[in-house]
Design a protein around this ligand. Structure first.
Ligand SMILES: Cc1cc2nc3c(=O)[nH]c(=O)nc-3n(C[C@H](O)[C@H](O)[C@H](O)COP(=O)(O)OP(=O)(O)OC[C@H]3O[C@@H](n4cnc5c(N)ncnc54)[C@H](O)[C@@H]3O)c2cc1C
Length: 289
């Protein structure tokens, strides 16, 4: 790669580090696949996606394709091969036909605010801070704060405890929970039910398993991926940081390639430009896309 195509790092600028893997810390959060169970996934989910894919290319009616797939008349490996090709080609509607419902508990409001930003193909129901009057709301402690100077950690904990105490006093004084909750910090834990189709789950996982994602939501999606693997290693294999499917990293914050999972887009395009230039100098042309 030439200096022309590779941006030189700013003088004295170190590569930034990959955030520590949140999986190493016990965060007290849970993600449980409520529905479906392994039997349903094995028996119906792959045949259902196969039916959606195959209907596009077959004279057979969908109910007949589904019957044959469920009855084992179509080799499961053949079903998986078609599905894999269709997913990799980006024909995403075929995987909108299957859904997964998760019980998510003990995550912070910081996390839930990020999670509910996803709009397409996903439904949420969240524990209400209006209708639930908390007796002992619990909170999430980030590991950086846990490992900070003892004095700083103590001030943090005092602040959180102070908020919780004030909440209790406000409620005891007759202030409605919906108003008392204004003192809750982002660290307050919450519970949600999330139902998502596979397309949306792959999309969300692509963003949230990325090392650029915030540690807590990254951990949540590691737990979610684990749950899917438990019922289907095949479907679980599609849950990966988005760069894995793309083949390159498109995150602005990773231009220095501190995260090594895939090369950054700028460098891939730079390498392509170098190759095209070398080919032209040799009197050949690379195909233009
Ligand atoms: C690392 C990271 C940092 C972030 N930082 C911030 C931040 O600082 N501030 C902030 O506000 N947000 C931030 N976000 C949230 C981000 O901007 C998105 O709102 C969030 O990730 C939801 O993803 P999505 O837009 O793909 O939506 P989804 O609802 O998951 O939609 C899936 C896909 O459907 C399509 N789609 C959905 N709705 C529409 C629509 N209305 N019109 C057209 N197409 C649609 C799009 O292709 C979209 O990608 C961050 C996210 C990540 C992963």
């Amino acid at each position: 790669m030439t200096a022309e195509t590779t941006p030189a790092p700013a003088p004295g600028r170190e590569k930034t580090g990959i955030p520590r893997n949140p999986g190493r810390h016990e965060l007290g959060m849970k993600a449980t696949l409520l529905f479906p169970d392994r039997d349903i996934v094995e028996r119906f989910y792959v045949p259902l996606i196969y039916t959606a894919c195959r209907t596009c290319y077959s004279e057979l009616a969908p109910d007949e394709i589904f019957r044959r797939a469920v009855d084992g008349q179509i080799d499961p490996a053949k079903q998986r091969k078609l599905i894999q090709g269709v997913i990799e080609s980006g024909h995403g509607s075929t995987i909108e036909h299957i859904v997964f419902t998760f019980g998510i508990s003990g995550v912070s409001r910081t996390l839930s605010h990020q999670l509910v930003r996803h709009r397409a193909g996903v439904a949420f129901d969240q524990q209400s801070q209006r209708y639930v009057t908390f007796k002992g709301a619990s909170t999430m402690l980030p590991s950086t704060v846990a490992e900070a100077e003892p004095d700083l950690r103590e001030r943090y904990e005092q602040q959180i405890e102070g908020s919780m105490e004030l909440y209790g006093d406000l409620v005891a004084a007759g202030i409605p929970g919906e108003d008392a909750r204004f003192v809750f910090p982002n660290a307050t834990r919450t519970n949600l039910v999330m139902t998502t189709n596979l397309r949306a789950l792959i999309h969300m996982s692509g963003l949230r398993l990325c090392t650029m994602a915030q540690w807590e939501i990254r951990r949540l999606f590691q737990l979610i991926r684990h749950e899917i693997f438990e019922v289907s290693p095949f479907l679980g294999s599609f849950l990966a940081p988005k760069c894995v499917a793309l083949g390159y990293c498109d995150e602005m914050g990773n231009r220095d390639e501190h995260c090594p999972i895939r090369p950054h887009k700028d460098n891939v395009l730079g390498a392509w430009a170098d190759k095209a230039k070398a080919a032209r100098s040799a009197g050949r042309d690379l195909p233009v896309t």
